[in-house]
Design a protein around this ligand. Structure first.
Ligand SMILES: Cc1cc2nc3c(=O)[nH]c(=O)nc-3n(C[C@H](O)[C@H](O)[C@H](O)COP(=O)(O)OP(=O)(O)OC[C@H]3O[C@@H](n4cnc5c(N)ncnc54)[C@H](O)[C@@H]3O)c2cc1C
Length: 229
């Protein structure tokens, strides 16, 4: 696994899963300038009329001027989070390969367990498990340990990494570079920072929005205002 960058934000309270903004292109002016190219005009700093333009673009879904801005993140998350994340097709991805390298013994172990929602078949609700909470942790912990032991035994027996990895649990950490333009990024945040998204991916979405806010302060502030729920 690649080392954790200094600006990483740990997302799952385990000092393993993180997101880190590696590089970016563009700023608030890039959005205004690409929108105003139609009139042959360019700006170097944002004024009130430019904020109005950004608001107009976002409110009316004229979002192509956002596409000239690019964000690259290094992400380390459990496989089940990656499975949801990588459904977002408007992005470029390169992921660590457990065909090339051995999976590390790093798993996401929930700090507390939620109950199944009764009125939303996808969702969970906070639950008080009482004494069962400790048992839940033990069951979870044992399952990932045993899976990893089976993985190591298969490798030791000479089984190829690409086959042995199939016994690893969804809690296994993976790592990838994820590059998106600002339009696709805000679409991701709208869906994945939303309360209906799974808690774990919400933590990543919120951390990324925090990292991007300082790069596009006006745009993100207007976007937040328009997307208030
Ligand atoms: C709360 C929640 C629950 C979900 N539950 C499920 C589930 O139960 N099962 C399931 O399978 N998925 C589920 N999903 C995933 C969901 O269906 C989408 O695959 C995922 O959110 C990516 O959204 P997207 O396609 O808009 O984004 P992207 O793939 O990033 O695409 C961005 C936008 O580009 C355009 N676009 C991209 N590709 C095409 C295309 N081929 N044709 C036309 N326009 C395109 C669309 O406008 C799209 O909104 C869930 C997502 C959320 C947030």
């Amino acid at each position: 696994m690649i080392e954790t960058p200094e600006n990483a934000i740990y997302c799952l309270n385990d000092e393993i899963g993180f997101v880190s903004l590696i590089q970016h292109i563009g700023d608030d002016c890039t959005i205004v300038n690409s929108a105003r190219v139609s009139f042959g005009k360019q700006i170097k700093s944002i004024e009130d009329k430019d904020k109005k333009l950004i608001k107009y673009l976002l409110a009316n879904k004229h979002e192509t001027p956002l596409e000239h801005n690019s964000l690259t993140f290094l992400v380390k998350c459990p496989l089940f989070v990656a499975r949801q994340w990588l459904r977002h097709r408007i992005a470029s991805i390169n992921e660590i390969s457990f065909r090339y390298v051995e999976a590390a013994e790093e798993f996401y172990i929930p700090q507390s367990f939620r109950k199944q929602s009764e009125n939303n078949r996808q969702a969970s609700i906070q639950g008080d498990f009482g004494e069962q909470e400790e048992h839940n942790k033990e069951i979870f912990d044992l399952a990932v340990k045993e899976s990893y032991l089976a993985y190591k035994k298969l490798l030791a027996a000479g089984v190829a990494r690409e086959q042995a990895r199939a016994v690893l649990p969804l809690a296994t950490y993976t790592q990838y570079y994820w590059t998106v333009n600002l339009r696709a990024f805000l679409h991701f945040i709208k869906l994945r920072a939303h309360k209906d998204a799974q808690f774990e991916i919400q933590q990543y979405a919120n951390a990324m929005l925090l990292q991007v806010e300082s790069i596009f302060p006006e745009t993100i502030s207007i976007w937040k205002e328009l997307n208030k729920t």
